[in-house]
Design a protein around this ligand. Structure first.
Ligand code: CO
Length: 211
């Protein structure tokens, strides 16, 4: 067995011991149920761990991660997580957290082919196409990349707002706020893009559902 693999098993034992030293009932209490106030939709990137960067403890954040933090309305995995979070757990906040330096977003800006993932990346290319004018006007490649990361997060937040799940929750008067964040790999700080959707009237009319 590799040293790394052995080490993570040891780490687990040490972590259990340290938690129990603080509170002997820690795991017993956690096993009773969860009531997280937040759903996190983030990138799979290993450098953007949801709980750590926001100081959230086990039980505080329900998590969905995929390549480039996408909200794709035919993705049963994402829809199931969202439905459970909103309708069963009754989370108060959903954060879509992208990050600068995102490999998925970068791939979408190029003509590179990476195999089956090309089909996932195509959703991000659609976001580029929709914002081609703004992005194409940015000469500096890094600046264009950063802007694309931000625009992609905003687009995913609006795609969340378009779902029947979120629109139903709003119609029912459920408290639910959507947020778009970008995490800086080289700083550790998140930036709130202040994307505001609080009812389906904030969406273009064609997406407003008569629920
Ligand atoms: Co990423």
């Amino acid at each position: 067995m590799s040293d790394f693999y052995k080490r993570i098993l040891e780490n687990n034992r040490e972590w259990v011991e340290s938690q129990l030293a603080i509170d002997p009932n820690y795991f017993k209490d956690l096993s009773k149920g969860q009531n997280p106030p937040l759903l996190w939709i983030g990138c799979s990137d290993s450098r953007v761990p949801a709980n750590e960067i926001i100081g959230a403890k086990p039980g505080e954040v329900f998590v969905h991660r995929n390549i480039a933090n996408m909200v794709i309305h035919t993705d049963m995995n994402m829809l199931s997580v969202l439905d459970y979070a909103v309708n069963v757990l009754k989370v108060k906040h959903v954060i879509v957290c992208g990050h600068y330096g995102c490999g998925g977003v970068k791939a979408a800006m190029t003509n590179g082919s990476f195999g089956i993932i090309d089909n996932w990346i195509r959703h991000i290319k659609d976001v580029y196409r929709l914002n081609k004018k703004e992005l194409g006007a940015i000469q500096d490649e890094d600046a264009r990349f950063n802007k694309f990361v931000e625009i992609n997060v905003k687009e995913q937040v609006s795609d969340l707002a378009k779902t029947s799940i979120v629109q139903s929750a709003w119609k029912n008067g459920q408290e639910l706020t959507l947020h778009g964040w970008v995490y800086g790999l080289n700083s550790g700080f998140v930036t709130d893009l202040e994307v505001n959707y609080s009812s389906n009237e904030d969406l273009p009319e064609i997406y407003q559902l008569d629920i």
